[in-house]
Design a binder for this molecule. Structure first.
Ligand code: ADP
Ligand code: MG
Length: 263
């Protein structure tokens, strides 16, 4: 890891709800994402995680503060950022390979290079055998792997993921988390991942940004020290490490402090 790639300073977001009403979703949040690291935004539902991610993506504008990526201030979407959403966003009329090639085609990448890069990233996510299949023939986890391959093939500096495995069953989710560790190790892609799942956060994060509930403020910035700066490739290994359950307990306490007590 070499320095900061994404710098978020004193960012607030107030939505205009019309008829003179406003809603502050994010209040004075500052944090940095190191190059080649995985940063996880964690917090209770409605605390502003997606809003922060969308501001990094340039899909929402910060009301106050600034987001700088690699020295450039964000003022809209750009090819330096790639986003993976929870809902599967594949083009059902295109084969898996054509889905992965799509962004490159839009960006006028020559056909041969497109094909090579598509095959490379399909291999990375374990879908080489399904290159000629159509998304409707794939499981949810496989479709999400298509979305990840397609986004990575555009060579973003930052991969942004909003609850990317939220729609998957537990076992698939677990395999996808392991896949992301593998992808991070092999591609050195900087990632910002939104989740409300504590285990997912602990497993994936080099750094956890815990947000307090409404309006979202930075409650705690946590580096999982028990990993000793390394990433752990499989889940059955990480849960046995000293410090894992202490961190899980700590996050549970934070979540309970911030959780909605009126449910
Ligand atoms: P999270 O992803 O942590 O669940 P969100 O960022 O989606 O939270 O939402 C934070 C708050 O901002 C919520 O109260 C939500 O209703 C509100 N919000 C999000 N997007 C909009 C919008 N486009 N217009 C108005 N309010 C919004
Ligand atoms: Mg959200």
């Amino acid at each position: 890891m070499t320095g900061t790639l994404v710098d978020i300073t004193h960012v607030s977001k107030t939505f205009d709800l019309g008829q003179g009403k406003t809603l502050q979703a994010v209040r004075d949040v500052s944090f940095a994402v190191e190059k080649n690291s995985i940063c996880v935004l964690l917090g209770p539902s409605g605390c502003g995680k997606s809003t922060i991610l969308r501001m990094i993506a340039g899909l929402e504008t910060a009301t106050e503060g600034e987001i700088v990526i690699g020295g450039r201030t964000v003022d809209g979407p750009g090819r330096d950022r790639g986003m993976v959403f929870q809902a599967y966003t594949s083009f059902d009329w295109l084969s898996v390979r054509k889905n992965v090639e799509f962004g490159m085609k839009v960006n006028n990448v020559p056909a041969q290079e497109r094909r090579g890069r598509a095959d490379h990233f399909l291999n990375l996510v374990g879908l080489s055998k399904f290159a000629d299949a159509y998304p409707s023939q794939l499981s949810g986890g496989m479709r999400q792997r298509v979305a990840i391959a397609r986004t990575l093939a555009n060579d973003p500096e930052v991969l942004l993921m909003d609850e990317p495995f939220g729609a998957l069953d537990a076992e698939t989710r677990w395999l996808m988390q392991e896949l992301m560790i593998d992808v991070a190790e092999k591609t050195n892609t900087t990632m910002v991942i939104v989740t409300h799942d504590l285990e997912e956060a602990i497993f994936l994060a080099d750094k956890i940004i815990f947000l307090s509930s409404h309006p979202g403020r930075l409650k705690e910035e946590i580096v999982p020290a028990f990993k000793q700066g390394a990433r752990i490739a499989d889940k059955e290994h990480i849960i046995r490490l000293d410090g894992y359950s202490d961190l899980e307990e700590h996050l549970m306490r934070l979540m309970r402090e911030e959780g909605h007590r009126d449910v």
